[in-house]
Design a protein around this ligand. Sequence first.
Ligand code: ATP
Ligand code: MG
Length: 596
Amino acid sequence: MSDFTFSRNFVRLNTKQFQMGSPEEKKESIASEGDIKTTKAANFINNLIEEDLAAGKNGKRVHTRFPPEPNGYLHIGHAKSICLNFGLAQQYNGLTNLRFDDTNPTKEDVEYVDSIKEDVQWLGFKWNDQELYASDYFEQLFEWAVKIIQSGNAYVDDQTAEEISRNRGTVTKPGIESPYRNRSVEENLDLFYRMRKGEFPDGAKVLRAKIDMADNNMLMRDPLMYRIIHADHHRTGDKWCIYPMYDYAHGQCDYLEGITHSICTLEFEIHRPLYNWFLDQIATSDYRPRQIEFSRLNLTYTMMSKRKLLKLVEDKYVSGWDDPRMPTISGIRRRGYTPESIRNFAEMIGVAKRDQLIDVSQLEYCVREDLNKRANRVMAVLNPLKVVITNYPDDQVDELDAINNPEDPNAGSRKIQFSKVLYIEREDFMENPPKKFFRLFPGGEVRMRYAYFVRCNEVIKDEEGNIAELHCTYDPASRGGNSPDGRKVKGTIHWVSAQHAIEAEVRLFDRLFVKENPEDVAEGQSFIDNLNPDSLIVLPKAYVEPSVADAKPLDSFQFERLGYFCVDTDSAKGKLVFNRTTTLKDSWSKIEKAGQ
Ligand code: ATP
Ligand code: MG
C-alpha cells in the first residue's frame, strides 16, 4: 500500500521514548528552566541603555522601534529583532513603535504590511499607538532636505549613477568631487523643487549630502539623499516622484518619533557616522536617538534573505510565503511553532556583537520543549498495518482511559476505543526481527498502549508476498497494560481502532536545504541547487484517533512516539491535514554524528 517513501529521519521508533517522564526527558526540562525561563540575561545593549539612563539622557526614556521594509514576509531573523526591540522596551517600561520603512515604492506592497502586522501581534507584542510609516514623513523629510541645502550641506548632482559610483573612489583612493558640487544654494533649491515637480526623468539627478569625498568611510563621500523614481507608492500614490534614501530617512524618522535607541544589525555599524551627521543637520535640541548594532541571526540549513525567499515563492519551489518549510514567521506558525517557543529561542541565543551562526536544532529544541508542556497526546498511525484480534468479539468496543498530557496535571484524560480490528505502524512489526526488537513479531507479545497485551500468531500476505495483515490474540486479563501473572512485556506500541479512527493527510517536513550553508554552491550553481528534494513527504492516508475530529487549524498534538503535529490551514471539515512540526528527538544531529 505504501507508494510513498519515508525521509531518513522519519519516525525513529524508540520504545524508550514511550515511557513517560523518562530520566532523559526530566533532565531536558530542568536544563530548560536554567537556559530559557530565567529572567532576561543582561546583554551589552542593556549596559548601553543603562549608561544612558544613568546619564539622564533623553529624559530617561526608553523608546525603541521595529522598522521592517514591507517588501516581503518576516522571517525568524526578524523575529529576533522584534523580540529584542519589544523586549528591551518592556524591560525599561518603555515603548516600541512599528514603523514601515516604505521608502522604495517599487518593491513594496500592502500584502506585506498586513502580514507583518499579523506576525508581530502573533509573537505577542503590542506596538505603541497606530503603526507608523516612513512615507507619512515625506513632507517633513523634504523640508529638512531643503534646510540642509540652505545651510550649504547638500547639492543636486547631474552625474549618472555610473559616474557617481566611479568617482566615489576606493578604500585606498579618495573620491573625485562632482563638477556640480559647488552649485549655489539658489540653483540647488530650484533644481530640487523641480525634481519634486516631476520635471526630470528617473536617474537624471540626485540630491547628495555635501560631506567629504576623501573621508575614510566611503559612506561619508557625499551620500545620496534623494533619487527620482516615477512610480506609484502603496500609500502616497503618485504624490511623489522623488524618494528619500534609507540612510537619510531612517535617522530622521527615529528623531520624529522620539526614538531613544535605534537598534539595528551589524552591517549598519559603518552607517552610524552618517546617521549622526544627518541628525546634527536637523536637530534643534539635545535629544538624540542612539544607534546600536547587534549581529544578525543566521541559522544552519536556512535561507534568510527576503530576496531569495521571494524567488522560492515566485518560482514555486514552495507553496507560498507560509509554506511550513519556509523560515518565515507565517511558515513556522503554520508548521506548528508557538510564539512562546520563538520568544524562548530569541532569549536563548541572546544578542552579540559578532556574527552568529546558530544550529537550527536549537530552534527545534525550543518548540519541542514548549509543545511538550502544552500539546495533548493522541495516537495516530502514519503507515498503517492492519491487525485483527481473532479472540476479540466482533461487535465489542472497549473504552479505555488515556492521559492527555503527563506534563500537565490539568489536561485530564479521555476515552479511547479498542475493538477487533486495529491499525499499528508498519515499522512496529518485523517478520524476522533482530535480537533487541521489542515490538511485534511472529510469536511475540507487545503492549498496546493503554490497552492489552497482544500476541502475533499469524502473518497474512497478499499475492505479491507483502504483509497484508496480522492475526493476533489479546489477553483480556492485561487490560490497562499489565498482566496479573506478572509476565513482562518490554515493548509498548501505539495503535488506533480501525472502525473509530479518522483518516487524515499527514505532511512530513524535512529541512528545505541539504547544506548547512545553502549558499555553499559550486560555480554556475545557485542556492536552488541545494534544495532538499525530500523536504516534503505527503502521507495521504494516515489514521488518527477520533478525539481530534474537531481540531481547529494550528491546534497542536503530540502523536505518541511520532512527534509534534499541528492541524494545517488546508484542513476542511471531515478532511484533516496535519503538519509534522518536529520529531520527538533531534534525529538530524544523530545522523550527522554517525556520518551518514
Ligand atoms: P533581509 O536581509 O532578509 O532582506 P532586511 O534587513 O532587509 O532583511 P528589513 O525589513 O529592513 O529587512 O528588517 C527589519 C529589521 O529586522 C531591521 O532592523 C533588520 O536589521 C532586522 N533584521 C533583518 N534580518 C535580521 C536577522 N537575520 N537577524 C536579526 N535581525 C534582522
Ligand atoms: Mg533592510
